[in-house]
Design a protein around this ligand. Structure first.
Ligand SMILES: NC(=O)c1ccc[n+]([C@@H]2O[C@H](COP(=O)([O-])OP(=O)(O)OC[C@H]3O[C@@H](n4cnc5c(N)ncnc54)[C@H](OP(=O)(O)O)[C@@H]3O)[C@@H](O)[C@H]2O)c1
Length: 295
C-alpha cells in the first residue's frame, strides 16, 4: 500500500518520465502481437476455443470499454491519478477534433457495435486480458500525447498556428472518416448475414451454413467482400492511418496503427483460409485476404 502511494506520487510529479516508461512497453506490443498471432489465431469468433470463455457481448463491452474510459480520463485530467479535470475550453480545436475522433470511433466500436451485433460468440479469457492491458496503455498514451505532451511541439505549425486548418490535418481526418465508413458498412453486412438467417430470408437449403458451437456462418457478399475476406479490417486500418496523419505522425498513433496491423493482417489471412477450407469451391477464388486484388 505504501509502495503504491509512493508510486502514484512519483508518477504525478514526474509524469513525462512515467509516460516515457509506458511508451517503452507500448513499443514492444506490436511485435508481441505479431509474434503471437503468427502462430496462434486469437481464440474468439470463428476461431473460438472450447474452454475459459466469457459470454461474447459481456466480454466485448467489458474489455473494449477500457479504451474510451482510459482515453477520456487521460485527456481531461490535470494530473495523472488525480480527480481534477480541465474544462473543454482549455483545449485547442485540433485537440478537440482528435479527441472526438477517438471517442466517436470507440462509442461505435464498443457500445453501438455490441448493441447492433445479432451475436458475438464467446471470447476466451486470454484475448480479453490482452485487450484490457492494451486498451489502457493505448488510451492513456494517445490521449496524453494529444492533450499534454504533443500539444506545444506538434499540434501547432511553425508559425504557431493551430494545425486544424492545415492540408495534412484535413487529409488525415478525411482518411479517418473514409476508413470508418468502410469499417461500419462491412460490419453491417456481417450483422445482416445472421439477421437474414434468423428471419429465414436466406433459405438455408440454398446457402451453405457452417455452425461452430452455436454460431452460424455463411459467405459474405457485397461491397468489398466481393474482393477481400475482411473489408471491415481494411477499413479499420485506413481509419488509424488517417489518425496517424492527422496527429502529424505522433508516436502513440503510429504504434497503435502497427498494433492494429499486427492484429488484423494475420487474422484476415486466417479468415481467408477458413472460408476456403469450410466453403471449398463455393468461396470465390478471386478473393484476397485484406488488400483488394493484391493480398
Ligand atoms: N484495431 C484493432 O486492432 C482491432 C482488433 C480486432 C477487431 N477490431 C474491429 O472490431 C470489429 C470486429 O472485429 P472481429 O475480429 O470480431 O470481426 P469478425 O470476427 O469478422 O466478427 C464480426 C461480427 O460478424 C460476425 N460474423 C463474422 N463472420 C461471419 C459470417 N461469415 N457469417 C455470419 N456472421 C459472421 C461475428 O460473429 P461471431 O462473433 O459469432 O464470430 C461478429 O458478430 C471489426 O470492425 C474490426 O475492425 C479492431
Amino acid at each position: 500500500m505504501k509502495e503504491l502511494k509512493e508510486f502514484v506520487t512519483w508518477a504525478q510529479q514526474n509524469e513525462r518520465e512515467f509516460f516515457d516508461e509506458v511508451m517503452k512497453i507500448n513499443r514492444v506490443i506490436p511485435l508481441l502481437f505479431l509474434g503471437g498471432l503468427l502462430f496462434i489465431v486469437a481464440p474468439y469468433g470463428k476461431f473460438q476455443w472450447n474452454s475459459l470463455r466469457l459470454p461474447g457481448k459481456f466480454a466485448w463491452l467489458f474489455m473494449e470499454s477500457f479504451s474510451p474510459i482510459a482515453f477520456i480520463y487521460s485527456f481531461f485530467v490535470k494530473n495523472l491519478f488525480s480527480t481534477t479535470i480541465y474544462t473543454v475550453s482549455t483545449y485547442t480545436t485540433t485537440q478537440l477534433i482528435l479527441g472526438s475522433l477517438w471517442v466517436i470511433h470507440y462509442t461505435n466500436r464498443v457500445y453501438i457495435y455490441a448493441y447492433r451485433a445479432p451475436k458475438i460468440s464467446p471470447i476466451h479469457i486470454l484475448p480479453v486480458l490482452a485487450a484490457i492491458f492494451y486498451n489502457i496503455i493505448n488510451g492513456y498514451t494517445n490521449a496524453r500525447w494529444i492533450s499534454v505532451f504533443g500539444r506545444d511541439n506538434y499540434l501547432y505549425d511553425e508559425n504557431g498556428q493551430d494545425i486544424y486548418k492545415s492540408p495534412k490535418f484535413i487529409l488525415g481526418v478525411f482518411i479517418f472518416l473514409i476508413g470508418m465508413v468502410i469499417n461500419i458498412h462491412h460490419d453491417n453486412i456481417l450483422f445482416s448475414l445472421r439477421n437474414n438467417l434468423d428471419k429465414s430470408i436466406t433459405k438455408s437449403e440454398s446457402v451453405k451454413v457452417i455452425t461452430i458451437a452455436n454460431s452460424r456462418y455463411v459467405i459474405p457478399n457485397g461491397g468489398l467482400f466481393d474482393y477481400i475476406a475482411c473489408p471491415h479490417y481494411f477499413g479499420e486500418i485506413i481509419e488509424w492511418t488517417g489518425f496517424v496523419i492527422a496527429t502529424w505522425y505522433s508516436y502513440p498513433a503510429v504504434l497503435f496503427l502497427m498494433a492494429t496491423l499486427a492484429n488484423l493482417v494475420p487474422r484476415a489471412k486466417s479468415n481467408l483460409g477458413w472460408y476456403r477450407e469450410k466453403f471449398g469451391d463455393l468461396y470465390p477464388k478471386n478473393r484476397k485476404a485484406i488488400i483488394p486484388f493484391v493480398w
